[in-house]
Every structure is written in structure tokens, then in C-alpha cells.
Design a protein around this ligand. Structure first.
Ligand code: DGL
Length: 280
């Protein structure tokens, strides 16, 4: 590591609360780093929206984060990463890490049979980002994916276990796994889904590894900070900001219910709609 310690925060973006799973992993792995998180709850969910709308919303939200002077951005939303990573990189003066490639690398590393299943939002599935990234990481892999539109609302409603969660998950997972003979790896391609890891692992059984992007994204960020010589000084920090475009109290309540942890006072973010954004 170089002497060029950089105290600026890591900016983390998600459409809502799901990216807090990535933030939690970043904070565990990089406890000295300051963070600033933005959830675009006012316009969530992104999953069912058309690609050009997701791209526009993501770029507008990223402008808010860039105004907070981050040293690096993490798109902690699979749907935003799938549709907008290249555009965000083109717009940002600081490096941008998405969650699709780290998740794909984890899945490619985990599979022994070369049969991987992916669950994600409709937008992420339609983009084909995961099959492309997994095959890029490991060419002989067969990827079968499924959109699970009921899962994000279920998580947001705080339903993380029990009979209802179990039956919704079974209805998605059992046909998905039968459609992919020999599957030994299930990739959770949405930042909300790690909160359902336990019931998912129970349904798929011990023969299927359940992987997500949070851990490998934190690793990728750590590597990048080292390459850039941009780690924060090793003194630890409590400089963590959390903002939402939606209702501050509702965000704090959902986040606390899901993570069992009190957040720093949640800020209200107001995002400018930017008519001149490059959307094709
Ligand atoms: N955070 C989003 C993702 O990872 C899911 C929530 C949404 O649809 O906005 O794809």
C-alpha cells in the first residue's frame, strides 16, 4: 500500500434497501472506510422498469452520489448494474464497481458441474448480464435464469421466513432447478435475496451452493483501493451516511427490521431529473 491515504467515502447506490447487504459486507471487510449510501426508494423497484428508464434513474442518482465527493462508487443494485454500468462509468470521474461481475466470478468459481442457476429481477434477467458474465468467467458453464418478481416486495414487507416465504420460494426454485440438470450453484442475482438465504438454502439442499455478490464485491473494492493506493488511514471511522429519495422514517424502519441494526440518521436526498442524460 502507498502513503496516499484517501479519507473520501465510498459511494454506494441501490434502488432501495437491498444494497444495504453490500454495504454491510463492505463495512465488515473495510472498517476504516467512510461510506455514503443512497437508496432511490421513491422510484423503486427498478426490477420491472424498462432498461432506458433504469439507466436514466441510475445516472440521476449517481450524480447525487458524485456530488458527495466519493473516491469510488459501488452500484449495489443488480438491475442498475445490468442496464447502466457502462453509462455510469462514462459519466464518473472515479472508478465504478458493479455487482454483476463479482457475483458471476463467485458462481463460476463455486460450480464443479458447470451448471449454474440464477434468480434475479425481471430487468436483470432480460439484460442477459449474468449469463454473459458467468460464461466470460468460465466458458463451459450452462446458465439457467429465472425472474422472481414476488421476492423484492416480500423482503420489503419483512417476510424473510415462514410458510408464506417458503411456498413462494418453492414455486420459483423447484422448477428452476429441475430445468438445469446437475445444477450445483444458485446465484442470488438481486441485492435483496441474501436476506432470504436461509430458506433458499433449505429448499435447494446441501448439494447446491448458494452464492451472492456482496462478499466478492467487497473483495473487488478492497483490491481496487489497494491498486489505487486509496485506502483510508487505519484509524477506523464512524463516518457513515445513509440517504434515501423516499420516506426517511419508512427507510429507517425497513432497514432496521431487515438488518436488526440502527442506521445513522437517514438523510433526505432530492434527485434532479436531468433531461440531457445520454439515453438511447
Ligand atoms: N436492488 C435491486 C437489484 O439488485 C432489486 C430491487 C429493485 O427491483 O429495485 O436488482
Amino acid at each position: 500500500m502507498t502513503e496516499r491515504a484517501d479519507r473520501r467515502p465510498i459511494g454506494v447506490f441501490d434502488s432501495g434497501v437491498g444494497g444495504l447487504t453490500v454495504l454491510a459486507e463492505l463495512r465488515r471487510r473495510l472498517p476504516d472506510e467512510a461510506t455514503v449510501y443512497l437508496g432511490d426508494n421513491d422510484r423503486a423497484p427498478y426490477g420491472p422498469r424498462p432498461a432506458d428508464e433504469v439507466r436514466r434513474f441510475t445516472l440521476e442518482a449517481v450524480d447525487w452520489l458524485l456530488a458527495q465527493d466519493p473516491k469510488l462508487l459501488v452500484l449495489a443494485c443488480n438491475t442498475a448494474t445490468a442496464h447502466a454500468l457502462d453509462d455510469v462509468r462514462a459519466r464518473s470521474a472515479v472508478p465504478v464497481v458493479g455487482v454483476v461481475r463479482p457475483g458471476a466470478v463467485a458462481a463460476a468459481a463455486a460450480t464443479r458441474t458447470g451448471a449454474v442457476s440464477v434468480i434475479a429481477t425481471a430487468g436483470t434477467v432480460e439484460s442477459g448480464a449474468y449469463p454473459d458474465a458467468i460464461v466470460e468467467a468460465s466458458a463451459d458453464t450452462t446458465v439457467v435464469q429465472l425472474a422472481c418478481p414476488e421476492l423484492v416486495p416480500m423482503v420489503e414487507a419483512g417476510i424473510l421466513e415462514g410458510r408464506r416465504a417458503e411456498s413462494i420460494l418453492r414455486a420459483y426454485l423447484e422448477p428452476l432447478l429441475s430445468a438445469n440438470p446437475g445444477v450445483d450453484t444458485l446465484l442470488l442475482g438481486c441485492t435483496h435475496y441474501p436476506l432470504l438465504r436461509e430458506p433458499i438454502a433449505g429448499i435447494v439442499g446441501p448439494g447446491v451452493a448458494v452464492v451472492d455478490s456482496a462478499f466478492t464485491t467487497a473483495l473487488a473494492v478492497e483490491d481496487l483501493l489497494d491498486v489505487l493506493g486509496a485506502r483510508a488511514p487505519a484509524a477506523g471511522t464512524d463516518a457513515h451516511r445513509v440517504a434515501t429519495t423516499g420516506d426517511v422514517a419508512a427507510f429507517a424502519m425497513v432497514a432496521e427490521r431487515l438488518f436488526g441494526e440502527r442506521l445513522p440518521a437517514v438523510e433526505q436526498a432530492s434527485i434532479e431529473a436531468t433531461a440531457a442524460l445520454p439515453v438511447d
